[in-house]
Write a protein that binds this ligand. Structure first.
Ligand code: 0A1
Ligand code: ZN
Length: 867
């Protein structure tokens, strides 16, 4: 129900819990609509708390009975839970509640998946294949209160024993198995944990089994549980898990701490995956893969997410967060750890470039709009709305900067101290920074601003050359963000290298520490004026604004010894051409095209790098760039400029294509490794160019012979662009109609490649498809996420795109507030656009806000966007 005026929660209001928990014992009597949860919890007063109020969170629970030390006790219903009068001494709380997992469509707490079994969908035509639903849980951030009454806050940590009663073939919970019999089993997790890490799974599942021997010689059973039929998609995930376990031992000295580690794949899941202690639960899309059904991009994402969840065992579980304002303590650090893992097991340069593309596409976009917020917020209404790119990706950039500033060895020492000092605790971001201060002796007061000031700093550079002395003067400014008008200077690590006329390094990479608003750095004793390579490896999450002649960027694109900056130079040239095409100003088009050709021809360069250099800047990125330059972006004009440049590139690179395309053929059996996926990525980039020249002939040939999803889907995308996809789309649908993850691609691709004026109609047509359901987050996202990611289609000036999305958000909200709130972010860029579009968007936002019973999640998001 809509909360009349959702009240914010403030970081400064934190108080320690009144009672601590020594032990939790839960019994689940499973039933689809009437599961009983019986809890026995040992509480004791917290000596560090001022309050003696005994309060337990609870939401949507039917209380059957409650007792304290064996005697019935009356409880009072209060906001968000119950309270009761209890002894001022240790006591045992017992309660029995009833919950309804089958009708839990929000996918928080205990729910069943799939949810659509036996029902026909909107169109009323087909029904989905009958799969017996399984039970599963999602408790982060505040889902445990939908399972039983409990102090559902991360600073209350306790060991859990869980007994599950039911007739499901497989029944799992956190920790180690400690007993089983007919119709029941028991799991014990000895490591104290907050309730958000609780998990339970029960259903008809099969496991891929393996094992891992830890660095101290302990044997760990590994199980990856999936539905019967999906076993063939588990091999890669298991290998990724073992690689992650090994990496965390080698790089961070962290060993696994239970006898068993399990992963379960679930088809209805709001996010990618969840790090529940010893029992990670994954969205099927984040773990299941095979060459026939998954693309290289899928494999890479799966490897990173498996690593991410596994790494949480130490950064998140063993050391958790004191409260949700500290979310980036675990998420920023764990993202940084998974990024480092990917860089190590794949290619460092490619990983960094890909991370930055994602950061700019999601976090910079957020930071430049009405949803901008601090990495450590001061307040929130609904914590689920703070699982954002800022908390995750900017949080990771902060850890990366810290490591750059202190150096690799000091970073590792600090981490050792962090684990030593805080193991078993619920910590704050301040605790984390204090560890670094203590172990390195550095004062991090200014550095902390990265957590407390929202917004992306702009970094301006001017240079001066005077007889052997070269100077770089930087000025930083951070635009105001909601609630923060004035910003103090950040401590910005700026990695700089200087290049000579032949591209040789006259100054190897050096990290300049900028602390002032304006600051000059001097390099002496140079024999000629160098070309600077600034912000190497993207050493800080800032927007570099520098007037650089295109020739200099072409030079860096050809010569920079820093792979990131080399790519960046090409990217910024491409953007300058696009901007010129939109505004009618001169563009350095031929310079860019020649430089691109030279780069592509250079066989010394990794194909994956070349593929990234060939990738076009996104249309949304361009809209922001234009807006920053004071030009109101017109999505149609941007789209047309992109089309013009794509055509010009195809024509310019025509002669190169046959040789390069042949070189990118992979003859060995499919493996998703850096080498093969790089070749396929470049091959697909070239195929797009070829399609513009041959009308889809090469794409059709690839489609006919492709034996893996990467090549099939790439060919299908090109055939869509060429207007020749009707037959292949039908074939694809028929072949994959029973594979939900592949069908997601079928939906997504048609929208991504629709002409702008047809995109909304395509969405409407696809929502009529019997395979569309809004109860499955992956399917909903594959349609509406793709639509929101197609700026020219979504922003059609008649407002049809806005109306369509708003209609569906209003429909989805009562079922799944979390996904609705998240998808409303599609509107976050509205202030960039012209008055007509702004007016149309505002009226849709108002229409959403006027909906009766709108969830707290969506109310908060849409209100913030609207303001
Ligand atoms: N902690 C998980 C992500 C996650 C967050 C929230 C969720 O529900 C609101 C679910 C999963 C991770 O970082 O992987
Ligand atoms: Zn995480």
């Amino acid at each position: 129900m809509k909360d009349a005026s959702p009240q914010p929660i403030y970081l400064t209001d934190y108080t320690p819990p009144a009672y601590l928990v020594d032990d939790v014992h839960l019994t689940f009597r499973l039933d689809p609509t009437a599961t009983r949860v019986i809890s026995r919890i040992s509480f004791r007063p917290n000596p560090d708390a001022a309050s003696k109020r005994f309060f337990l969170h609870g939401e949507g629970l039917k209380l059957i009975s409650s007792r304290v030390d064996g005697s019935d006790i009356d409880v009072r219903d209060v906001e968000n839970g119950i309270e009761a009068d209890v002894p001022d001494a240790p006591f045992v709380w017992e309660a029995e509640v009833e919950i309804d997992p089958k009708n839990n469509t929000a996918l928080e707490g205990l729910y069943m998946s799939p949810q659509d079994v036996g029902e026909s969908n909107a169109s009323g035509r087909d029904s989905l294949p009958a799969i017996k639903p399984m039970y599963c849980t999602q408790c982060e951030a505040e889902g445990f209160r939908k399972i039983t009454y409990y102090p559902d806050r991360p600073d209350v940590m306790a060991p859990f024993t869980v007994r599950i009663e039911g007739d499901e073939p497989v029944m799992l919970s956190n920790g180690n198995p400690t007993g089983e019999g007919d119709g029941w089993c028991e799991w014990t997790d000895p490591w104290p944990k907050p309730a958000y890490l609780f998990a339970l799974v029960a259903g008809d599942l099969v496991a891929r089994e393996d094992s891992f021997t830890t660095m101290s010689g302990k044997h760990v059973d590994l199980k990856l549980w999936v539905r019967p039929g999906d076993e063939g998609k588990t091999a890669f995930g298991m290998e990724a898990l073992k690689k992650s376990m090994k990496w965390d031992e080698e790089v961070y000295g962290r060993e696994y701490d239970l006898d068993i580690f399990q992963i379960v794949a679930v088809s209805d899941f709001n996010m990618g995956a969840m790090e529940n202690k010893g029992l990670n639960i994954f969205n099927t899309s984040a773990v299941l893969c095979s060459p026939e059904t998954s693309t290289d991009a899928n494999f890479e994402r799966i490897e990173a997410i498996i690593a991410h969840e596994y790494f949480h065992n130490w950064t998140g579980n063993r050391i958790t967060c004191r409260d949700w304002f500290q979310l980036s303590l675990k998420e920023g650090l764990t993202v940084f750890r998974d990024q480092s893992f990917t860089a190590d097991v794949r290619s460092e340069a490619v990983a960094r470039i890909s991370d930055v593309i994602a950061l700019r596409g999601r976090q910079f976009r957020e930071d430049n709009g009405p949803l901008a917020h601090q990495v450590q917020p001061d307040s929130f209404v609904e914590i689920n709305n703070f699982y954002t790119a800022t908390i995750y990706e900017k949080g990771a950039e902060i850890i990366r900067m810290l490591k750059t500033l202190v150096g690799d060895d000091a970073y590792r020492k600090a981490l050792d101290l962090y684990f030593d000092r805080h193991d078993g605790q619920a910590c704050t971001i301040d605790d984390w920074l204090t560890v670094f201060q203590d172990s390195t002796g550095r004062d991090l007061t200014q550095f902390k601003r990265w957590y407390k000031q929202a917004g992306t700093p702009r970094l301006d550079v001017t240079e001066n050359w005077d007889d052997g002395t070269y100077q770089l003067t930087f000025t930083q400014t951070t635009p105001p963000t909601p609630g923060q008008d004035v910003k103090e200077p950040f401590l910005i690590p700026i990695a700089v290298g200087l290049l000579g006329p032949n591209g040789d390094e006259v100054q190897a990479t050096k990290v300049l520490e900028m602390t002032e608003g304006t600051q000059t750095f001097t390099f002496e004793g140079l024999s000629y004026r160098p070309t600077p390579s600034i912000l190497r490896h993207f050493s800080a999450p800032v927007i570099l604004t520098r007037e650089t002649p295109p020739e200099e960027r072409a030079f860096l694109f050809a010569h920079d010894t820093d792979a990131f900056n080399r790519w960046e130079a090409g990217r910024s040239l491409a953007k300058e051409v696009l901007v010129g095409l939109v505004t009618g100003e001169d563009t350095p088009q031929s310079l860019y095209l020649d430089a691109l050709a030279t780069m592509l021809r250079n066989d010394d360069l990794d194909p994956a790098f070349r593929a990234l250099a060939l990738q076009m800047p996104g249309e949304d990125d361009l809209a922001q760039t234009l807006f920053d330059a004071g030009v109101t972006p017109d999505p149609d004009a941007i789209h047309n400029a992109a089309e013009t440049l794509k055509q010009a590139r195809a024509e310019h690179l025509q002669d190169l294509l046959p040789r390069l395309m042949a070189d990118m053929e992979v003859t060995e059996p499919f493996v998703s490794n850096a080498e093969q996926s790089g070749k396929r990525a470049l091959g697909l980039g070239l195929l797009k160019l070829a399609t513009r020249l041959d009308g889809g002939k090469a794409a059709q040939a690839q489609w006919d012979r492709a034996d893996n999803m990467t090549l099939s889907l790439g060919a299908l995308a090109c055939l869509l662009d060429a207007g020749k996809a009707e037959g292949p789309l039908a074939t694809f649908r028929e072949r994959w109609k029973d594979d939900a993850l592949v069908m997601d691609k079928w939906f997504m691709l048609q929208i991504m490649h629709a002409d702008p004026e047809d995109a909304a109609a395509t969405v409407e047509r696809l929502t009529e498809d019997p395979a569309f359901t809004m109860k499955n987050p992956n399917r909903f996202r594959s349609v509406f996420g793709a639509f929101a990611g197609h700026p020219a289609g979504f922003h059609q000036k008649d407002g049809s795109g806005y109306r369509l999305l708003a209609d569906w958000l209003i429909r989805l909200d009562p079922l799944n507030p979390q996904i609705t709130a998240r998808m409303s972010g599609a509107f976050e860029t509205w202030k960039r656009y012209d008055a007509d579009r702004q007016g149309l968007i505002k009226s849709e936002l108002d229409r959403i806000l006027a909906t009766d019973g709108l969830s707290r999640d969506t109310t908060e998001m849409v209100t913030r966007i609207r303001n």
